[in-house]
Design a protein around this ligand. Structure first.
Ligand code: CU
Length: 102
């Protein structure tokens, strides 16, 4: 590989990393407990009845979230109690982690 190309690629990787890290810092995230009321595995959405989420200034409510990866919904069914992590990305709430409460 030519030298200029190698340094160009290093620059690209560093730039992307810095970009992602600052994006992450901008996103608000929090975790909470809730109960699954509805699942839509095909489109990757889940409706959760959750308690107050202090990190997001959210009162208790039932709402539908987009999930980051549809496989998070694989083992779940309506009525399951769960712990979940949610992030606000570009003004949209996205569930980034979800697991059955013990
Ligand atoms: Cu909510």
């Amino acid at each position: 590989m030519k030298r200029w190309m190698a340094s160009w690629m290093v620059g690209l990787v560093v730039g992307l990393t810095v970009g992602l890290v600052s994006l992450g810092a901008m996103a608000q995230s929090a975790s909470a407990a809730g109960e699954v009321t509805k699942l839509d595995k095909a489109v990757g959405r889940v409706t959760l009845k959750h308690g107050e989420i202090k990190g997001l200034d959210m009162p208790p409510m039932t709402m539908t979230y987009r999930v980051k990866e549809p496989r998070l919904l694989d083992d779940l069914k309506a009525g399951d109690r769960v712990r979940f992590a949610v992030e606000r990305i570009d003004g949209q709430y996205v569930v980034t982690a979800l697991s059955k409460a013990p």
